[in-house]
Every structure is written in structure tokens, then in C-alpha cells.
Design a protein around this ligand. Structure first.
Ligand code: PGA
Length: 246
């Protein structure tokens, strides 16, 4: 059975004061014996703050990006080993904002997933099609291509990842995919993963894109949706906890 997981993606938001309140609120509000796992992926400078605030709680934390390189002359980049030093469990790789705004290719995303695993953390591999790709009927082939690129790099270790389906047109737009549409794509991804063995078929498949407290329950009720990757709504304690509990 895939693990149930809800991950907050803070993106480039937050400051020391607001983070303190948000992290303390999550810690106070999330039961230690919860059956679902929750995690927050924060900007690099705040990894230490997440670690300090959440250590010993039921909430894990992680980063939103990583270098594909281990170390060296890559000014401005952050290595997986550095992220691991802050107790991170997850690293988001291949978020559509990285792919579209920063030109990350399938091959780079795959290398980042490999670097994350190498450092003992779990990559959350994001895949998703644009509206134009969906309209042209290429939606499913795009997400399969993005997934296959990662598998071709890390092989059977795909079983040690989390995969997030985030249709680009649903991110930050308030226009979430319907549960039916999201489930259909998750089913395609699940089938593809199963081709790599039972463990690969059991990775947690998250849906992301305008998930709110109001639509989370219907999305999470779908057979192949194991949780969510939450952007905007993860910046509010009550909203995020309501989603996590949905
Ligand atoms: P959103 O973002 O929830 O604000 O749509 C999701 C994401 O980009 O991970």
C-alpha cells in the first residue's frame, strides 16, 4: 500500500517571523500518531529553522530543488549532501516552475533525483503537462516521458521516490483538475510504475495544483491519489492542516 502523504511547497515565500508561527502552528496541530505523513518543503535558508522547529515532531521537512552535481565550481548551487545535513527527508525535483522558468530538462531532473537518493533523501519527482499539451491530446504522453526519463537514470530506485502529478495549468490558478481527470492520469502513472516491479507500483502518487481544504477530500478519495503537493494553501496553518486531515 502506498503511504499517504501531504507535502507543503512554500515556494519562495516566508521570513523568519512568519515561518516560526507557521511551523509552531503545524507542530501544535498535527497529532504524533497521525496515519498520514505531512512534510514542508521550504526555501534553502530556512532549512535550519524547519529542522529546529520540527525535530521530534511527526512532521518532516525538505527542500524545493537541488544541484545535480555533488560539489565543485557551481556558484549559487546547493548540493544534496548539504541539504541532507539539515535532516531533510524530501527534495522536490522537476517542479514545473523549475522546468519552465529555469530551463530544467528531463535529463537534469533525472540527475537531481539521482543526487537526492545518493544523499539518502527521497526525491518528490514532479511531472505535468501544459494546457496546450493537454488540448493537443499529448497530456499523458508528456507525463510518461517525464517519468521515463527519471527511470532511465535511476532504474529500480524509482521505488524509493514519491511522484507528484501537477498539471501546469492547475498550479496557482485556482483551477484544480477534477478528481476524475487527476485519477485518470494517476492511473496511467501507476501502470507505468508497475512495469518496474511491485515496489515501484507502490510509490506514493501525489496530486498538486490548486488543492484547497474544499477540494482535497474528493481528490484524496481517488484510488490512485495518495496525497497532495500543496503550494499556496500550505502557507496557512488551518488550511494546510485541514487538507492534511481530509
Ligand atoms: P498550488 O501549487 O497549490 O499553489 O497550485 C502547487 C505546487 O506548485 O506545488
Amino acid at each position: 500500500m502506498p503511504g499517504k502523504l501531504v507535502v507543503g511547497n512554500w515556494k519562495m515565500n516566508g521570513d523568519l517571523r512568519h515561518n516560526d508561527a507557521l511551523l509552531a502552528g503545524l507542530r501544535a496541530g498535527w497529532p504524533v500518531r497521525a496515519t498520514r505523513e505531512i512534510s514542508v518543503c521550504v526555501p534553502f535558508p530556512y532549512l535550519w529553522q524547519a529542522q529546529a522547529a520540527l525535530s521530534g515532531s511527526a512532521i518532516s521537512w525538505g527542500a524545493q530543488n537541488v544541484s545535480e552535481h555533488a560539489h565543485g565550481a557551481y556558484t549559487g548551487e546547493v548540493a544534496a549532501s548539504m541539504i541532507a545535513e539539515f535532516g531533510c527527508r524530501y527534495v522536490i525535483v522537476g517542479h514545473s516552475e523549475r522546468r519552465t522558468l529555469y530551463g530544467e530538462t528531463d535529463a537534469m531532473v533525472a540527475a537531481k533525483a539521482g543526487a537526492t537518493l545518493q544523499a539518502g533523501m527521497t526525491p518528490i519527482v514532479c511531472v505535468g503537462e501544459s494546457w496546450a499539451e493537454r488540448e493537443s491530446g499529448a497530456g499523458e504522453s508528456v507525463v510518461v516521458r517525464q517519468l521515463d526519463a527519471v527511470v532511465s537514470r535511476i532504474g529500480g530506485r524509482i521505488a524509493e521516490t514519491v511522484v507528484a502529478y501537477e498539471p501546469v495549468w492547475a498550479i496557482g490558478t485556482g483551477r484544480s483538475a477534477t478528481p476524475e481527470l487527476a485519477q485518470a492520469v494517476h492511473e496511467v502513472l501507476r501502470k507505468r510504475l508497475r512495469e518496474h516491479g511491485e515496489a515501484a507500483g507502490n510509490v506514493s502518487l501525489l496530486y498538486g495544483g490548486s488543492v484547497k481544504a474544499g477540494n482535497a477530500k474528493a481528490l484524496f478519495a481517488c484510488a490512485d491519489i495518495d496525497g497532495g503537493l500543496i503550494g499556496g494553501a500550505s502557507l496557512n496553518v488551518d488550511e494546510f492542516l485541514a487538507i492534511a486531515g481530509a
